[in-house]
Each structure stands twice: as C-alpha cells, then as structure tokens.
Design a protein. Structure first.
Length: 140
C-alpha cells in the first residue's frame, strides 16, 4: 500500500504526480496506463482541494494506492463536506463548449478513464475508490 497526504493547496499537485509516477514504476505499470491514471487521479484530487473545504480553511486529502496483477486501486479520502461524485449526472459533451454548464467535465473524465468508481461516507470521511483494470501486455 502506498500513501500520500496533501493539503488542499493546488501548489502541491506536482507531489501527487511524482507519487503516481513512482507508484507506477515500482509496481510495473506501463507509461501509457500511468499517464491515464495521473490524469484521472489528479482530476479527483483537485476537486477535493477546490471544493471539499470552505474557502480559506486548511484541509487534507489522503491518497492510497495498491496494485495486483490485473487491477490498480486508488482510494482518495478527506474530511471535507460530504459529496458523492458518483451521483452527478454525466456531462453533455455533445453541446458546444459555450452552451455547457460549468463543471462536471472532471468527473466525466474520471468515469471514462477508470473501470470502477465507488463512494462512501464513513466516520466523517468522503471515501472515493477508483479502480483500473489493465491487460498483461500493459505491464512492463
């Protein structure tokens, strides 16, 4: 199990990217899969950083990662305001950009990159679990 805790400060996002890159390298996940994971996990973590805590409040986001031979799992948790992204409607990407409502594209991206997404609120924590199945040929 790999673990990283970050404050809700966008300036620390490079630490997240280094964490994911190191995790992928140590577990033998290909660069292509790793790039997708970086994108999805960054979107989810940035949403926590931007919206989980009231403006001006310091909060934290925990990221745990593990992999077996076929599945990589990331668990993102925080003590911010309860929010279940799995209940959000899909963004309508067929609309022209100027007619789309603000928000929702990050969640849309995460849904399309990851194979499974689940949410629970337990012990005053938002817990978002993201899983990606990868093929054997995607492993180094």
């Amino acid at each position: 199990m790999y673990h990283l805790t970050l404050p809700n400060d966008i300036e620390t996002i490079s630490q997240l990217n280094e964490f994911i890159d190191g995790f992928c390298e140590e577990t033998g996940i290909s660069k292509d899969v790793c790039m997708s994971l970086n994108l999805a996990i960054e979107e989810a973590v940035v949403n926590v950083m931007n919206y989980a805590y009231p403006m001006g409040t310091v909060g934290y986001v925990d990221i745990e990662a593990e992999a077996d031979k076929k599945v990589v799992t990331f668990v993102i948790s925080d003590t911010g305001q309860p929010f279940d992204p799995t209940k959000e409607a899909d963004a309508d990407i067929t609309l022209p950009a100027e007619k789309r409502p603000v928000g929702g594209l990050g969640i849309h991206l995460v849904r399309h990159i990851m194979d499974s997404i689940s949410y629970e609120y337990a012990d005053h924590r938002n817990i978002l679990t993201l899983r990606k199945i990868f093929n054997k040929q995607e492993v180094l």
